[in-house]
Design a protein around this ligand. Structure first.
Ligand SMILES: Nc1nc2c(c(=O)[nH]1)N[C@H]1C(S)=C(S)[C@@H](COP(=O)(O)OP(=O)(O)OC[C@H]3O[C@@H](n4cnc5c(=O)[nH]c(N)nc54)[C@H](O)[C@@H]3O)O[C@H]1N2
Ligand SMILES: Nc1nc2c(c(=O)[nH]1)N[C@H]1C(S)=C(S)[C@@H](COP(=O)(O)OP(=O)(O)OC[C@H]3O[C@@H](n4cnc5c(=O)[nH]c(N)nc54)[C@H](O)[C@@H]3O)O[C@H]1N2
Ligand code: SF4
Ligand SMILES: [Mo]
Length: 867
């Protein structure tokens, strides 16, 4: 092992040019292959293994097949068997994934900080310690905390969730006794999830691209970022070829996905809401909407009173519609024919249908007005609305496998483009409303829902906790509809818990597979939180979070460890998969599971951990038993047995089992089954739970005299329908002297803020463009400012200043600059290449969405000048 590692390190040193090939001694591989075929005496010396596993660098979770020669991972290719169920190909990060494992900058031993001061300029004065010392030191603290008040522990994870799976983290924190387990979703796409949850009480959407004729894409960049990308990219190209699919991309910069589209519409950042509402107006005015769908599937016909609340029947629960048969307000039951439009009078109270409320509220959001706000020509907005409605083929059906199905092959889709905003929930709600207007929900070629009405509680008023029980303030009165953990709040709350009414002072944080402060706007504000707590960081490299740790624990990578692996399904398929170890070059002893297990044992809650694992995983037949230990592999075997119901040899040989959806389950068991017709729950065209939640929050704020609480802001955020206000986030209103919009985005060459920054292939072999990031500026703007490509420029926001390198391009709006994520890491523990570029989060403003708690990433404004 020692020898092969040294050999490998020589290879790394020689990289960066043509020397790479000889350094990796490919002839040896060729010889090995020949020998293996011939069955010669050398066969015993050269072992070639093909290993099926899964990539875990990004949350696309592609199936992979690696070639392992004498214990060294030589190649990683896509698993061709997986293409039928999911990924077609892999990306450069995945193909060079072994370089994250063989990275010389890996953490190899537990480290203890000996300088108590924490800061970017502070030398932690690390000392290597044994695993035993590390476990004992942490366990001692945990024991004390658990006896005192277990809530004082905060557990945070990011990619970690996808390595070990959240169920284990849930079980561990539950068994320990803290409510504070915090995932990264509000740094990611929580707003989009919450918009889905509010609208159809479930989560997970995909466009039915196989049958779509038109894809209107508002910032789902699946040629560079996105999830389910290695299916979306392939399926888009297939459908362009075989189905005449047209793609139109609406976003401020010419992203990878915009570059490959039939049309790029460079909208002004954050103004999409107004543009989409103007499209809705064009469609409503022209009558090109799916009225039967709106009546049968949604709450658009329900009656809304002057306060914005939906009128209820005598039981105080059942919503009322205007029955055109009897000319009276009634619950939508058999025999009732609801009116979609109109104003009525019920018991002396004026009311309108929810649909009418929308139509009236956008009466003055004309394409001309939208042009003013979003800087997209009125004629383009009108044309897009007309094209969308026409391609949706409202009223048509299609027969597939003998089933007659609604056919609406036009779909509006988005990912972080509409969601990573101060008003992210309202952003994607606007998109959902346009989709509902043409009735494409769960229709052939439309928007496919995952698990419609699977969690009806999302239609209820929020619990609006005060005082908050969680250190991230999730579901409290501060962020009432944050159904997901709020990644950025714990590090703010630990700095002043009383300001939020939190009854305890969090003292310790465990970070597992997340570089939290770096991924969050106003990063230094986050670091100030890390400086307040005792931190344990479980990572594979010395991230910035690790630089703020008291104890750092090295983890195994996804190529070194067993995982019951999460996967991505497509519109037509699903699969269950594992990851398996194929190398261990640094002879690492522990992975996250064994770390959790050992800690639970030393603190004294091992059996509770096992019991909670059975609960969080929903295990019934094959379970974790008390009174014994489990290895990581044994844990995966249990889960595989329970979920896949196949022998473990199948997992080892094939890496996954796939399944296909029937036409019935794809199109008829979602919205059709849950929402259609009288007597059923309805999709929330009008999110009345938001306005009801606002009134509840208002009461709590007044009762508790929360003086600094900004109710007016909450009122705007909790509007039951999107409004023009949602296109004016705080910096757009306040940062008047800052002329440029700043947006950020993913790049293909890197994943998030962590381990790919050391990857020598991505840094050195792909080319200069991949080795750093740039400040992308429109050529006309650069000309006016006297900036040339390659110039050092300064970005100045209300938070601070940061330097970057100008890249002058045509493919961006003149009033916008774009800086990608993933670059400019400052931790001294990374490879020098990792420090290239600009860490834009250091200067972005932090304005969380008050509904979901989601971070805003694309709302900041800046000045720009030559540095
Ligand atoms: N400006 C800007 N900011 C962004 C984004 C953006 O587009 N622009 N994107 C946002 C999004 S979508 C997200 S999801 C967040 C991500 O937020 P982050 O928290 O930064 O990223 P993670 O992927 O959660 O964490 C990465 C950490 O996990 C470590 N890691 C990798 N593999 C392993 C392993 O096998 N074991 C262990 N223990 N650790 C491992 C890495 O070294 C790294 O330190 O960032 C958000 N921040
Ligand atoms: N290579 C790579 N792939 C990844 C990741 C990675 O780190 N690297 N991370 C993964 C994760 S965790 C996630 S959540 C996904 C995110 O996947 P995406 O959502 O596809 O990625 P982003 O780049 O965050 O944002 C998408 C697009 O939004 C655009 N945008 C910014 N502001 C606006 C706006 O105001 N309006 C509109 N219409 N568009 C706007 C940006 O230009 C960008 O192209 O990517 C995943 N895939
Ligand atoms: S897209 Fe993500 S999961 Fe797939 S190969 Fe690339 S890094 Fe790995
Ligand atoms: Mo994300």
């Amino acid at each position: 092992m020692e020898l092969s590692r040294r050999k490998f390190m020589q290879g790394v040193g020689a990289l960066g040019g043509a020397a790479a090939a000889s350094a990796f001694s490919f002839p040896t591989i060729a010889d090995a292959a020949k020998n293996a075929k011939n069955g010669s005496a050398a066969e015993a010396a050269v072992e070639i293994r093909k290993v099926k596993s899964g990539c875990a660098i990004c949350p696309n979770f592609c199936g992979i097949e690696a070639t392992v020669v004498n214990g060294i991972i030589r190649t990683i290719y896509p698993d061709t068997a997986r293409a039928e169920f999911y990924n077609h190909g892999i990306c450069p990060k995945g193909a060079s994934g072994m370089f994250n494992t063989y990275d010389p900058y890996r953490l190899k031993k537990p480290l203890r900080r000996t300088n108590p001061k924490k800061g970017p300029g502070e030398d932690p004065r690390w000392v290597e310690i044994s695993w035993d010392e590390a476990f004992n030191t942490i366990a001692e603290r945990l024991k004390k905390l658990r006896a005192e008040d277990p809530r004082k522990l905060i557990w945070q994870h990011g990619q970690g969730k996808y390595l070990i799976q959240e169920q284990y983290c849930q079980a561990w924190t539950k068994a320990f006794g803290t409510p504070n387990m915090v995932h990264r979703t509000t740094a990611c796409e929580a707003a989009r999830h919450v918009a889905d949850e509010l609208t159809w009480a479930g989560g997970g959407i995909l466009p039915d691209l196989k049958y779509s004729k038109l894809l209107l894409n508002f910032g789902a960049n699946y040629y560079e970022g996105e999830q389910t990308s290695r299916w979306l990219d392939w399926q888009t190209m297939q459908s362009i070829e075989s189905n005449g699919l047209k793609t139109i991309v609406v976003e401020p910069r010419l992203s990878g996905v915009a570059g490959k589209a039939h049309e790029w519409v460079p909208v002004r950042p954050g103004k999409d809401v107004v543009m989409i509402l103007a499209m809705a107006k064009v469609m409503i005015d022209a009558g090109t909407i799916d009225e039967p769908f709106l009546v049968d599937f949604t709450n658009a016909p329900q009656l809304v009173d002057a306060s914005g609340t939906i009128l209820k029947d005598k039981d105080g629960k059942t919503p009322l519609v205007w029955d055109t048969v009897s000319g009276s307000a009634k619950p939508y039951l058999q025999g009732v024919k609801p009116a979609l439009k109109g104003a009525y009078n019920v018991d002396g109270k004026p009311c309108r249908t929810a649909f009418q409320v929308l139509a009236d509220s956008i009466a003055d959001i004309t394409p001309e007005y939208a042009q003013e706000v979003a800087d997209v020509p009125a004629a383009t907005i009108t044309r897009l609305a007309q094209t969308f409605a026409k391609e949706a083929r409202i009223g048509e059906t299609i027969v597939i496998d003998g089933q007659t199905l609604r056919y609406r092959p036009a779909v509006l889709y988005s990912f972080r483009g509409l969601a990573a905003k101060e008003h992210g929930v309202q952003g994607w709600r606007t998109g959902l409303i346009l989709n509902m207007l043409v009735g494409n929900i769960d229709a052939v070629g439309g928007l496919m829902l995952g698990g419609a009405y699977g969690r009806p509680q999302y239609f209820d008023v929020s619990k609006c906790e005060y005082p908050p029980s969680r250190a991230d303030l999730a579901q409290s009165v501060f962020f009432p509809y944050s159904n997901h953990h709020i990644a950025q709040t714990p590090n703010l709350v630990v700095q002043d818990p009383q300001a939020y009414g939190l009854a305890y002072q969090p003292e310790m944080q465990i970070f597992y597979g997340t570089n939290r402060p770096v991924s969050i706007p106003n990063s230094w504000q986050q670091f100030a939180g890390l400086a307040k707590t005792y931190n344990v960081v479980i990572d594979i490299v010395m991230s910035e979070s690790a630089w703020y740790a008291d104890i750092v624990l090295p983890d195994k990578t996804y190529l070194e460890s067993w995982h019951f692996a999460p996967t991505r399904g497509t519109t037509d398929t699903g699969h269950i998969a594992i990851r398996q170890p194929m190398a261990n070059p640094y002879n690492l002893q522990h992975d996250a599971f064994s770390i959790m297990w050992e800690l639970s044992k030393r603190v004294g809650f091992r059996d509770q951990f096992a019991e909670q694992c059975n609960k969080s995983w929903g295990l019934k037949e094959v379970t974790f038993k008390p009174g014994r230990d489990y290895t990581t592999r044994e844990g995966v075997e249990i889960l595989w047995a329970d979920k896949a119901k196949k022998d473990f040899s199948v997992a080892i040989e094939q890496g996954f089992v796939g399944s296909r959806k029937s036409v019935k389950s794809k199109y008829l068991s979602g919205a059709e089954d849950k929402f259609k017709g009288p007597g059923k729950a309805k999709m929330k065209f009008y999110a009345d739970q938001l306005i009801d939640t606002y009134y509840k929050a208002e009461g709590i704020v007044k009762k508790n005299s929360l003086a600094s609480f900004e109710l007016a802001k909450l009122r705007i955020a909790y509007a039951p329908l999107p409004t023009r206000d949602h296109a004016f986030p705080t910096p757009h209103r306040e940062a008047k002297d800052y002329p440029f919009y700043v947006i950020t985005h993913k790049r293909m060459y890197r994943n998030q803020s962590g381990n790919t920054v050391n990857n020598v292939i991505l840094n050195q072999a792909i080319g200069k463009d991949a080795a750093t990031n740039f400040v992308q500026i429109n050529a006309a703007t650069a000309g006016k400012l006297g900036i040339k490509g390659g110039d050092a420029v300064m970005i100045e926001t209300r938070v601070g200043k940061i330097k970057g390198t100008a890249q002058v391009i045509q493919g961006i709006r003149p009033d916008t600059i774009a800086v990608s994520y993933h670059y400019g890491q400052w931790s001294p523990g990374y490879a020098p290449d990792a420090h290239n570029g600009t860490a834009i989060n250091q200067v972005l403003e932090h304005h969380p969405d008050l509904i979901s708690g989601h971070n805003s990433f694309n709302d900041t404004k800046c000045k720009l000048y030559k540095a």
